[in-house]
Structure formats: structure tokens, C-alpha cells
Design a binder for this molecule. Structure first.
Ligand code: ADP
Length: 198
């Protein structure tokens, strides 16, 4: 009903009364999204997302960890990709990782919400285009790229929420993989806002 209502809101198909009633209904995505604390390279899931740099040839932080755990074949495939622009995403195999695929996205340097939003959006689109159903995200751009977690977290959660509203049947699981202790309280609080348990 909620989805019909959202559509109807644009198309004016429902009566005003129906529209009001439907928009009050919160969809329950709380079973699809979760927080995991730890190393993203340990997750056996369809795809993990790499907070890469434009070269896609490896780096520090989560990027370095993913390349180390995936092995040299990952770098070999990345060399064929001709880099990646900020806010875009490219997919490779996961090689020695427990994850089947790696989706490499390039976060903005500094606080650029549109670019950060695009990273999450394009990664989710790549997941669906490749018939994958589960994905884990690190906290893109919040390490050396300097986006504060407080500002990046709502962008991440809102983008995932909007994606689930549009494609509720395409996803089994979305994990926010947190590495820093300080992100746990923040995500737990914001999850209640964006993914309330009805
Ligand atoms: P960026 O360049 O996009 O800022 P970083 O790798 O520096 O990327 O940091 C992004 C986030 O990834 C940070 O929260 C950092 O603590 C986290 N991170 C670092 N290593 C890992 C890992 N092995 N698994 C999950 N997250 C990690």
C-alpha cells in the first residue's frame, strides 16, 4: 500500500483521504538492514563495497585491507578498469575473499553529500544489475577522506532507505560494516530513525 501511495502521490491516482492514510504506513525494512562491527574482508556475502580511490589500484584503510585479503588477482583485474570517477562504482570478482564480488566506489574528499549519496546509490544499482542480493558497506569517505561520520551516516542510511522503497524485492541483506568504536552509537541511533521497527 505504501508503494502505491508513494506513486499515487505523484500521479494523483488516489483520493486525498486514501493518500493520507497510506502515507502514514511505515514500511518495515528493519529485517533487511543491520550493523556489523569488524573487518569487512571477513564477510561471506554477495558483495562488499570498497572505499577506493580514483586509480582503483589500492591504497590505505579499507582499500588496503581488501586488496591484501583478496590477493594479487584483484589488483590485476582493477588494472583493466581504467580507474573510476568520484561518486561512481565498478565491480570485480572477490578472488580470495569470502565475498563473491567487490564493488569499488570512490567517495568524495571532504563533505560532499551528493557525491557520497551517489556512491551508495551506484553500488546498490551494480548489486542489482549483477543479480546479487546482499551487500556490505564500509563508512565511505569517513577515514582519510575526512567526511565526519555524524554527517555521512544519515546520507548513507537515507540512500539505502530510498533504494529499498523503490526495490523492496531485490534485496536480502544490507550491512553497514563499522570499524571504529565511535560509529556504533551513532549508527544505532540513526538506524532507529531511518529503519524504525514498527
Ligand atoms: P576513505 O578514503 O573513503 O575515507 P578509509 O579506508 O580511510 O576510506 O576509511 C573509511 C572507513 O573504513 C573508516 O571508518 C575506516 O575506519 C574503515 N575501515 C578501515 N579498515 C576497514 C576494514 N578492514 N573493514 C571495515 N572498515 C574498515
Amino acid at each position: 500500500v505504501y508503494y502505491k501511495a508513494k506513486f499515487a502521490h505523484l500521479s494523483k491516482m488516489l483520493s486525498d483521504e486514501d493518500r493520507e492514510r497510506c502515507l502514514d504506513t511505515e514500511p518495515d525494512f528493519s529485517g533487511l538492514v543491520s550493523i556489523y562491527q569488524g573487518d569487512i574482508t571477513k564477510l561471506g556475502i554477495d558483495a562488499i563495497v570498497n572505499a577506493a580511490n580514483k586509480s582503483l589500484l589500492g591504497g590505505g584503510g579499507v582499500d588496503g585491507a581488501i586488496h591484501r585479503a583478496a590477493g594479487d588477482k584483484l589488483l590485476k583485474e582493477c588494472k583493466t578498469l581504467d580507474g573510476c570517477k568520484t561518486g561512481q562504482a565498478k565491480i570485480t570478482s572477490g578472488y580470495d575473499l569470502p565475498a563473491k564480488y567487490v564493488i569499488h566506489t570512490v567517495g568524495p574528499i571532504g563533505e560532499k553529500p551528493d557525491a557520497l549519496q551517489s556512491c551508495y546509490q551506484k553500488s546498490l544499482e551494480l548489486m542489482v544489475q549483477n543479480n546479487l542480493r546482499s551487500i556490505a558497506f564500509p563508512c565511505i569517505s569517513t577515514g582519510v577522506y575526512g567526511y565526519s561520520s555524524e554527517n555521512a551516516c544519515p546520507v548513507a542510511l537515507r540512500t539505502v532507505r530510498e533504494f529499498l522503497e523503490k526495490h523492496p524485492d531485490k534485496v536480502d541483506r544490507i550491512i553497514f560494516c563499522l570499524f571504529m568504536e565511535k560509529d556504533i552509537d551513532l549508527y544505532e541511533k540513526e538506524m532507529q530513525v531511518f529503519f524504525p521497527i514498527p
